[in-house]
Design a protein around this ligand. Structure first.
Ligand SMILES: Nc1ncnc2c1ncn2[C@@H]1O[C@H](COP(=O)(O)OP(=O)(O)OP(=O)(O)O)[C@@H](O)[C@H]1O
Length: 551
């Protein structure tokens, strides 16, 4: 089982035990209720007409007490169990999300976006219910069976042995039905669910492109097929659960018929009173009614194990960028040095080969180079999304591998190549860069990226922007993301293609504004475009993994 699932469940073990205890109390109250009722009715019927021959009050008080206890315990079990389930879901999602964040994009590259979402939602759902749907019922049922066996054995050892034997057979039947190939089929089911979710996610994400390519119909054809396959598997699972339940029900009925015969025999032989024999038979009946739940509990356990495995497959990855044991303090500002850096993506060619760059405090440097030459890879190294194979990146002499990631990221503002625009107001989007930025500062940043007239036209900073920037043009979205990066109060800015998609005049005006805004801060600009004079202090060309002064 994955460590984050094990640790999360272990943290909630007291709640799990409380749930199992309440469920056990509910079961015992139910068993006792039927047993006492059976004994009461039989005793009362047999003493009919005998004045003062039967004490009606004690059993009827017992019945009332057990009824009340059953209701209260059931209520308590629901409250405690569901609260624990929700807390487990919360903790697991947070822990898994934190693990996902620590992984480099390359480590998640093998997973479809929808699949990651499926692990965060569907698989966590399957695991969080393991207490209420599987562990608590299994524990409580075992304890209730033991309690009944103990009581029955004291009353009549033959009946006790019979209940013990039939309970063992029921448990063996349930685990046999759960074991054979079940783990594999639950894993396949979880994979199919994730696959369908991922396809839907991609359909939604790429709807415009699919429509433009006239490929929507072809894509849509896949969905019913995937849904049908999933439906088929789920039906098969349900049938298996139904047949295991029926099997357990039949075993329980046969076992109970045998017990009825044994109880009558014990009464006739005078080993127990008729009322006790009836109590025994009815209590065993209550237990046999509970045993079919074993099948569902086993199935929930297997489903949770398969999902825990899927969560572990993602969460168990070791982040390629490790945090140092004893982080070195990082100066607030300083020189960035790429010192003979060598880097290759896993399985790829050397993208950087002893690349060296010295970026003095307040200096602005542009890096140019052909597409695919490694400019964004260099930015990934600066961000420490990955670490170099040889050489080092240093900030004021401190190797970045020796510093805490959060400390380093606090010194950075980054505009990625595919910067997202989030659903919310323009102000919400800008404050992601700097939560303390006031309206005047945000307006200045927008003016710097040549968006001031547009902001007035759309009604100000409270203008709503759709998810992915659906209500703004690509160039506007790019500039909103750039303004967000500018607002961040960091000594080093890394801007990856800041003017992509802009016309030359606007691009030049934006870059002049950026240069002015960033006076005193270090800037690393990755750009295909020629920058206007004065925007950067130096231009470098990345070729064959090495940085050269640009001509
Ligand atoms: N996450 C990644 N995993 C594996 N390989 C990658 C990854 N990112 C980039 N690469 C590879 O590294 C090489 C350099 O890519 P990079 O994105 O750094 O180039 P670039 O100069 O920024 O290109 P462009 O100007 O087109 O954005 C390419 O061959 C690319 O396929």
């Amino acid at each position: 089982m994955s460590a984050i699932v094990r640790d999360t469940l272990a943290r909630h073990a007291p709640a799990a035990l409380a749930t199992a205890a309440l469920l056990l109390a509910t079961m015992l109250a139910g068993i006792g209720l039927l047993g006492v009722s059976g004994a009461f009715l039989t005793g009362a019927a047999l003493s009919f007409g005998v004045l003062g021959g039967y004490n009606l009050f004690l059993p009827s008080a017992g019945i009332r007490a057990l009824t009340l206890a059953r209701i209260v315990c059931r209520y308590g079990e629901k409250i405690v169990g569901h609260a624990a389930t929700l807390r487990i879901a919360r903790d697991l999602r947070v822990a898994l999300f934190a693990r996902l964040l620590a992984l480099s994009p390359a480590q998640l590259a093998g997973l479809r976006g929808g699949d990651v979402l499926a692990r965060l939602l569907g698989d966590v759902d399957a695991v969080d219910g393991v207490l209420v749907r599987a562990l608590a019922p299994l524990l409580a049922l075992a304890a209730a069976a033991l309690a009944l066996i103990g009581w029955a054995a004291r009353l009549d050892p033959v009946s006790g042995a019979w209940i013990a034997g039939t309970s063992l057979i029921a448990a063996a039947l349930a685990s046999w039905r759960a074991a054979a190939g079940r783990q594999r089929s639950e894993a396949a089911l979880a994979r199919k669910r994730a696959g369908l979710r991922a396809s839907l996610h991609e359909l939604y994400d790429g709807a415009a492109d699919l429509a433009a390519m006239d490929a929507t119909a072809r894509w849509l054809q896949r969905l019913p097929l995937e849904a049908a396959q999933l439906g088929q598997r789920e039906r098969r699972q349900r049938l298996r659960a139904a047949d295991a339940t029926a099997m357990l029900g039949a075993a329980g009925a046969i076992g109970w018929t045998g017990l009825l015969w044994l109880a009558c025999d014990a009464a006739l032989a005078g080993r127990v009173s008729p009322a006790q024999a009836a109590g025994l038979a009815f209590a065993a009946l209550a237990l046999s009614e509970l045993t079919p739940a074993l099948a569902l509990a086993w199935q929930a356990l297997q489903g949770a194990r398969a999902s825990a495995h899927r969560i572990g497959a993602v969460a168990g990855q070791v982040p390629v960028v490790a945090e140092p044991r004893r982080p070195q303090p990082l100066p607030a500002s300083g020189e960035l040095l790429l010192d003979a850096v060598v880097f290759a993506w896993p399985g790829g060619r050397r993208v950087l080969d002893r690349a060296t760059l010295r970026l003095a405090p307040g200096e602005r440097v542009a890096i140019r180079g052909d597409s695919g030459v490694g400019k964004s890879s260099l930015a990934a190294l600066v961000l420490r999304a990955v670490d170099p194979a040889a050489g080092a990146l240093r900030w004021s002499g401190v190797d970045l591998r020796e510093a805490a990631l959060s400390d380093w990221h606090a010194r950075l503002a980054w505009l990625p190549q595919e910067a997202p625009v989030f659903a919310g107001t323009l102000a919400d989007n800008l404050r992601l860069g700097n939560p303390a930025a006031d309206e005047a500062r945000m307006r200045e940043a927008l003016a710097c990226v040549q968006l001031a007239p547009w902001v007035e036209a759309v009604g100000g900073l409270s203008c709503w922007i759709g998810e992915g920037g659906t209500t703004v043009s690509a160039g506007q979205a790019r500039r909103i993301a750039l303004a967000r990066a500018l607002l961040r109060d960091a000594p080093l800015l890394v801007l990856d293609e800041p003017t992509e998609g802009l016309d030359q005049d606007t691009a030049d005006a934006v870059m002049r504004g950026v240069a002015q805004w960033c006076t005193g801060r270090s800037v690393l600009v990755i750009s295909h475009a020629r920058l206007p004079a004065g925007v950067v202090d130096r231009e470098l060309l990345l070729r064959d993994g090495t940085l050269y002064p640009a001509a």
